[in-house]
Design a protein around this ligand. Structure first.
Ligand code: UD1
Length: 369
């Protein structure tokens, strides 16, 4: 018998998951009846996309590595499901906790819910209302299967209620990713990543692009490259290139061209601390990542989002984010504003983004499950 101890499988698989689950492990000692078991699906597997995060964040070694690797959406999701089901049947968790919106999230939520294991979704309720995004499909499915829905911002609560999720399942707790950011930012400050490329703080733009809608579409990717060339005539650019983006830039013969520009530093994917350091010291961040929209808002750094929408509207309403879409004129106008006037938007405190979300989550699970 396990007495009153509850075993929780904590699922992580892709780069943005690792900093989120870290915030739970940091406070786990305060809840001795909750036994957290880290399961790595292997969706991301390169050292720079996975191992380095474990080292920096102080994450425990996963109790199980499913080693699924890359594949099409259906194959990857199915492979995670097959392997996680085998694990669950043999090792029976009391709860399955998933974070974010990647394929590992939905795959494990499906497995657990069919085996009658309650599902906890951390970062629930976000909606871009754009079903072209694989993440949007993952969010909608995961939320509809979840028993505990932990939400980062008010829009998430509103979305879930509109979709008919009972209020008692919804818990507005803040953001585990911000917990980790606040815990690690002093350490990140000690680095000088831009200096390695001969670039001074506040004299560069930090760029990250990896969304299929930007980088898998040849026309959009070419247009984005043109914008980067324009930007490189105004200031330096530091751009760690995601593997998906690198492949596609090579396909359209623009990787080397961008790399040849003296002001554009195309670099390998960076670690978590390096990314936070690059963000803190940047004049501005240009991105299509969900996490960077939030981290820049938490840090008060201007952010231009190269997407048509955001599932994180609080970053626009109270943070530093501007959604640019693919509007080249708006991009140049906003960028000129930032270069002339510094910040274009001030960052107001975002409710519950206070470094305590992980503790709130485990407290609720401890008291109610
Ligand atoms: C995934 C998530 C996305 C998240 C992103 C962060 C889904 C649907 N997408 O997208 O939400 O923002 O991670 O990075 O889950 N690859 C490597 N090494 C790795 C991992 C991937 O080289 O360690 C390459 C592979 O060629 C792979 C491609 O990158 O086919 C894309 O990886 P994948 O995990 O399918 O999607 P991401 O674009 O990383």
């Amino acid at each position: 018998m396990r007495a009153s101890n509850k075993i929780i499988d904590i699922i992580a698989g892709a780069r943005p998951n690792f900093m989120k689950v870290a915030a739970l492990f940091v406070v786990a000692d305060q809840f001795p009846h909750l036994k957290l078991r880290l399961i790595h699906t292997g969706q991301h597997y390169d050292i720079s996309m996975s191992d380095i995060f474990f080292q920096e964040l102080g994450l425990p070694k996963p109790i199980k590595h499913l080693e699924v690797g890359s594949a099409s959406h259906a194959r990857q999701t199915a492979e995670i499901m097959k392997r996680y089901e085998t694990w669950v049947l043999a090792n029976k968790p009391d709860l399955c906790l998933v974070v974010g919106d990647v394929n590992s999230t939905v795959a494990c939520a499906l497995v657990a819910s069919k085996l009658q294991i309650p599902v906890v979704h951390v970062e629930a309720g976000l909606r871009s209302f754009d079903r072209c995004m694989p993440e949007e499909i993952n969010r909608v499915v995961t939320d509809s299967l979840s028993d505990y829905l932990f939400v980062t911002e008010q829009s998430g609560v509103d979305n879930l209620k509109r979709e008919g999720i009972p209020s008692e399942k919804i818990h507005f707790v803040g953001h585990v990713m911000v917990d980790t950011l606040f815990r690690m930012k002093e350490k990140a400050k000690e680095l000088n990543v831009a200096g390695q490329y001969g670039v001074m703080p506040k004299e560069y733009v930090y760029v990250t692009l990896h969304r299929p809608s930007n980088v898998d579409d040849e026309k959009n990717l070419n247009a984005l490259c043109d914008q980067l060339i324009w930007l490189s005539h105004q200031t330096s650019i530091i751009f760690p290139v995601h593997p998906r983006t690198k492949k596609n830039l090579e396909k359209i013969n623009r990787f080397q061209l961008l790399k040849n520009s003296a002001q554009i530093h195309l670099i390998e994917p960076v670690s978590y601390l390096e990314s936070v350091n690059l963000m803190m010291n940047a004049l501005c961040v240009v991105t299509d990542s969900g996490g960077l929209q939030e981290e820049t808002s938490a840090l008060g750094i201007p952010c231009l989002t190269l997407r048509h929408n955001t599932e994180r509207p609080v970053t626009v309403e109270l943070g530093t984010n501007t959604v640019i879409g693919h509007d080249g004129n708006l991009f140049q106008k906003r960028m000129n504003d930032i270069m002339l006037n510094g910040d274009i938007k001030s960052s107001n405190k975002i409710p519950l983004w206070d470094g305590q979300a992980g503790k709130r989550i485990l407290e609720i699970l401890n008291n109610t499950f």
